[in-house]
Ligand binder design. Sequence first.
Ligand code: ADP
Ligand code: MG
Length: 342
Amino acid sequence: MSEHTTIRLSNARRSYNGRVAVSDASLTLKAGRITALLGPSGSGKSTILRMIAGLEPLDGGSLHAGETLLADTRSSVPPEHRDIGLVFQDYALFPHLSVADNVAFGLKGSKKDRRAQAIEWLAHVKLADRADSWPHMLSGGEQQRVALVRALARKPRAILLDEPFSGLDRHLKSEVRRSLIDTLRASGTTVLIVTHDAEEALMMADDLVLMDKGVILQAGSPQDCYKHPSSISAARLLGEAEVLKARIQNGSATTAFGSIPCNLADGTGWLMARPETIHTSPAREGAKVTAIAFGGTFCELTLEKDGQSLRLRTPATTLKVGDTASIRFDEATTCVYADVNG
Ligand code: ADP
Ligand code: MG
């Protein structure tokens, strides 16, 4: 078995026909942990995954597994010698092989021994009884689990998954996601999951990396990235963000709706608050409620003041359209950015 190693991509660059897809990206996949790389479509996520797997050359920078150099601009260990497993978006099972043979493919040992290993792996994902089915007889979620154990069975030093849940129905997604994460954790493998789904990334990651337009914006724990995004772009990647123009003066940032303490230099800037952290109380004067929408587990209120609008979410409200309310921003989770950052 290979040791599960830390994988380090340093200052990696990749362009296609003169267009930069990844510029100066550094990221670390820590041994035995799940890293999620989150970014919108076209931001360069798959390019990074393919560089780590060895399917894409580096135009700059380097890639190491532990102390071992896997690639730089002059040399590259071929993919089959990197000992890194890949699970693609479309699962890519061999259609002409049974489920058990898909998993047994590439394993060492006698035919009988390889089948026994395959069935043991399938049992981990509750599919031992489908060992002799053909891939097309399985649901999307089941195929996904087979693709995962096929990669894990070879005990790679790391496993990379590219948008592994995007082909699944919403109701199936959370169930498949949970069982896949359990299997990955139990394996102790170093894992990179690439996704454009913020909730998915937040829920699965030990370590989160945010990416946009070929650039890594931030790396940290899911909580840190969500509560203290490094920029408004990073904040927007992770979920709903209300952004208001602010005047920063004498240690506080003031918007049309209210102010919070802030330690930036005097000037103009932007306040960013998550809609679920903005609180209202009925008041004779203040912001006017212009719309209330029912979202099931929450109500969404739209408020207006001085020609600006603000949306917030609350489990329940006694306010009605036309009422006025005062607004309070949560000091612990509301962020202020100086103008250059916007
Ligand atoms: P993501 O996985 O985040 O959606 P990609 O890494 O696939 O993003 O792509 C990043 C950028 O590089 C996109 O603009 C994409 O069109 C471009 N790109 C990716 N692969 C190729 C390729 N083989 N040839 C030309 N352009 C490519
Ligand atoms: Mg992609």
